[in-house]
Design a protein around this ligand. Structure first.
Ligand SMILES: [Zn+2]
Length: 104
């Protein structure tokens, strides 16, 4: 059994409830959360609990944008050293640098 990810709705730790069922079952430990109700499908809910297609798609997009921002910063540093960086380009490279640092 793989380790269960935190609840996709509230981030609280999930709980295996396999002892009371003949199939894998996981649900959120927060009783006020919609994740405290679980569903079981093919492969069992443990499998479905850890499946996050939207997160995976968003992470892939973040990875692409991070790679693009790193290229922008690298070019910005080269052009800045060469003295060919325009004011508009400098603003874009600063924004890319801040995005990589997690700033605004
Ligand atoms: Zn939850």
């Amino acid at each position: 059994m793989s380790e269960l990810k935190p609840c996709p709705f509230c981030g609280q730790p999930p709980r295996n409830d396999n002892a009371h069922h003949s199939y894998p079952l996981a649900h959120c430990t927060n009783q006020d959360c919609v994740g405290s109700w679980s569903t079981v499908g093919a492969g069992g809910s443990e499998y479905h609990w850890n499946t996050r297609p939207l997160e995976a798609a968003l992470q892939a997009q973040v990875d692409k944008l991070t790679a693009l921002a790193k290229k922008m910063v690298a070019f910005g540093e080269i052009w800045e050293a060469e003295g060919t960086l325009s004011e508009t380009e400098a603003e874009l490279f600063d924004a890319a640098r801040e995005a990589l640092e997690g700033g605004e």
